[in-house]
Design a protein around this ligand. Structure first.
Ligand code: PLP
Length: 377
């Protein structure tokens, strides 16, 4: 079965009694026991809720893992995974990391004596050089934000396996529709389901998929112990969103390709970062390891004065953070999403005062291009 078919099947024909086609929202905190020492399989909704189970099994199926876990946000999911580690452990991390993840690692987990090295994970040699005896994991974004650097997940996973360290992939930008890191050798995937998986800018959610059943048991213990679980209503919204993942991403990628090509030829654009452009450093790698290039496009304008113009004069495109929804959004990473990264690191990474990021939606590509064109003028 292809993934687009499998996604539609999530939660389908779940209820034999009524024949309801969609899964109900089990808005309950607790469950009545049938007898002493007996359980329906559900006792209390932090430990498990039937709507959440459908989502968790659904994402585990889409990603090819043993078990899935749903959290109240992508950050809650990542924070939960970090509890797998102990004082003194070292993690190697993608340097142009999502700003919130960087803040979590540096300002919170460093206080508990976890150590992090930030490297360009699109370069396997840099990862290898950063390895230490106390390295316990590699935390890598499969496609980075905002510069769209692609990680070689097969080679990185092989390196991790040879050193017996965990390979954790934040696959938010590609989703299982475009890449399945567990098939390529990774151990754990993590998603901000707020983005493409839910896909409608209407809920905040996080998902984790673990390949190994024993490791999944440990993650379940942490999920239940910490309790940052996704509520039944939000679980339902993510399930509904996931069903259209394939059609949305097909359209979003088509639009992104057209917009990237148009920007590439625009006199007031200095540089375009989109892996679908043949000149992009990740183009060939993603052709090999993914089913597409995603729908995020970053670009540098020729003059800082154009930044405010584009953010405020676009009419169809909203100036807002977040990404992955059906609506096209534009943001200014230096100020909006990556403000917590040290200025010198931002400068080295190329997150500068002329870089803008588009999350391309499902609108008509011509309308979006016309909107950008009028804002430039
Ligand atoms: C948004 C995002 C997160 C954080 O997820 P939230 O749902 O906002 O908590 C983590 N990683 C990446 C790549 C993201 O884009």
């Amino acid at each position: 079965m292809k993934l687009s078919t499998q996604a539609v099947q999530v939660g389908l024909n779940w209820d034999g009694k009524t024949g309801a086609v969609t899964v109900p929202v089990y808005q309950t905190a607790t469950f009545k026991h049938p007898g002493l020492g007996q359980s329906t399989g559900y006792d209390y909704s932090r430990s498990g809720n039937p709507t959440r189970t459908v989502l968790e099994n659904g994402i585990a199926g889409l990603d090819g893992g043993a078990r899935g876990f749903a959290y109240s946000s992508g950050m809650a999911a990542i924070a939960n995974l970090l509890l797998l580690f102990r004082k003194g452990d070292h993690l190697i991390v993608t340097e142009d990391l999502y700003g919130g993840t960087y803040r979590l690692f540096e300002q919170i987990f460093r206080q508990y004596d976890l150590d992090f090295s930030y490297v360009d994970t699109s370069d396997v040699a840099q990862v290898e050089q950063a390895l230490r005896p106390e390295t316990k994991a590699l935390f890598v974004e499969s496609l980075t934000n905002p510069l769209l650097k692609a990680a070689d997940v097969p080679r990185l996973s092989a390196l991790c396996a040879s050193r017996d360290i965990l390979c954790i992939v934040d696959n938010t930008f590609l989703t299982p529709y475009l890449q399945r890191p567990l098939d390529l050798g990774a151990d754990i995937t993590v998603y901000s389901a707020t983005k493409y998986l839910a896909g409608h800018n209407d809920t905040v959610a996080g998902l984790v998929v673990v390949k190994d059943p024993d490791l999944a048991e440990k993650v379940y213990f942490l999920q239940n112990s910490v309790g940052a679980v996704l509520g039944p209503q939000d679980s339902w919204l993510v399930i509904r969103g996931m069903k259209t993942l394939g059609v949305r991403l097909d359209r979003q990628q088509e639009n992104a390709q057209q917009i990237a090509e148009w920007l590439d030829g625009h006199p007031q654009v200095r540089r375009v970062h989109y892996p679908g452009l043949p000149g992009h450093p990740g183009h060939a790698l993603l052709q090999e390891t993914a089913r597409g290039f995603g729908a995020m496009v970053s670009f540098e304008v020729s003059d800082p004065s154009l930044v405010e113009k584009l953010l405020l004069k676009t009419e169809l495109i909203s100036f807002a953070e977040s990404l992955g929804g059906v609506e096209t959004l534009i943001t200014f990473p230096e100020v909006q999403t990556h403000a917590d990264i040290l200025p010198e690191i931002r400068a080295r990474l190329g997150i500068n005062n002329v870089l803008l990021r588009l999350s391309v939606g499902i609108e008509d590509a011509g309308d979006l291009i016309a909107d950008l064109a009028q804002a430039f003028e």
